[in-house]
Design a protein around this ligand. Structure first.
Ligand code: SAM
Length: 264
């Protein structure tokens, strides 16, 4: 018991130290269910949890238990994050619309629309991904973060008649070939920063913390400094943890042995 308590303290300290100096803590590579179990034991809470799993088609392959796998992840997220974003292709994300675990509720069906996907099949060329935005009733949305200077002045004067929100369709090119060359890390499914930015801007305010346990190349982490937020990141892949360490210039926490004790 004492050994486990000591391990919990070591991991908590390591997370706090890394966040204090980098705004980011990268956990050692771990399967998301283990990482979520750890987060629950450490009693950490977040404004947002970003869930961008493999999509059950194309890269990452197909899992027979995909619906069960995602439902379990949603359930484990439902009490630790006020907002949850679940990414995927529309026909896959549609499976979860009627499986939202309480206290989360449906908030919005977001679409990322991109024109520049190369055509690989004869027929419709895929040009969209879906992001299901779920949140609990005590969560906060910040549409005011999208106001122009002119609208801000009107708001201060009490003359803004309604709060305009950003569109639920986000148009941004895929980072591919020469597009987004500077941003590209080599991760096969990296989201553009311009796609994640409105999501995090809508649901966080400076000082808030975000969780991304399938962080891939670390796009969520790349937004920490610009938005003044902090993040805990992980991924099951050693290769992608290395990629995010390099991209974010943050070293992973060397706490694997303590995590093993905690999860035993
Ligand atoms: C679509 S990519 C995420 C890309 C990321 N949003 C970015 O912008 O770079 C999916 C990521 O989930 C990770 N992943 C898939 N299944 C996982 C699991 N069961 N546990 C932890 N990570 C997982 C993969 O290694 C991959 O990096």
């Amino acid at each position: 018991m004492l050994i486990k308590k000591n391990a919990i303290n070591k991991v908590t300290d390591a997370i706090q130290t890394s966040i204090a100096s980098n705004n980011i803590a990268i956990l050692p590579p771990m399967e998301i269910s283990d990482a979520l179990k750890l987060i629950h034991i450490l009693e950490l809470k977040f404004s947002v949890s970003m869930l961008d799993p493999w999509y059950n088609k194309g890269i990452g392959g197909v899992r027979d238990d995909y619906v069960k796998f995602i439902c379990n992840i949603l359930m484990l997220n439902s009490t630790i994050a006020k907002h949850v974003y679940l990414w995927g292709f529309p026909e896959i994300v549609a499976n979860f619309i009627d499986k939202i675990p309480k206290p989360l509720e449906y908030t919005c069906w977001l679409t990322w629309y991109y024109k520049n996907n190369p055509s690989v099949i004869r027929g419709w060329r895929s040009a969209q991904q879906t992001c299901l935005h779920l949140s609990s009733s005590d969560s906060t949305l910040y549409p005011e973060h999208f106001l122009t200077d002119k609208q801000l002045i009107l708001k201060e004067k009490g003359k803004l008649r309604y709060m305009p929100g950003p569109p639920s369709v986000i148009e941004a090119a895929l980072n591919i070939g020469f597009i987004g060359k500077k941003e590209q890390t080599g991760h096969p499914s990296q989201k553009p920063i311009s796609v994640y930015e409105p999501l995090l801007r809508m649901t966080t305010t400076p000082g808030d913390s975000v969780l991304d346990l399938m962080a891939g190349s670390g796009t969520t982490g790349a937004l920490c400094s610009p938005l003044g937020i902090t993040a805990i990141l992980c991924d099951e892949s050693e290769e992608y943890i290395k990629l995010m360490e390099k991209r974010l210039n943050v070293k992973r926490l060397r706490v694997k042995k303590y995590i093993n004790i905690i999860l035993k």
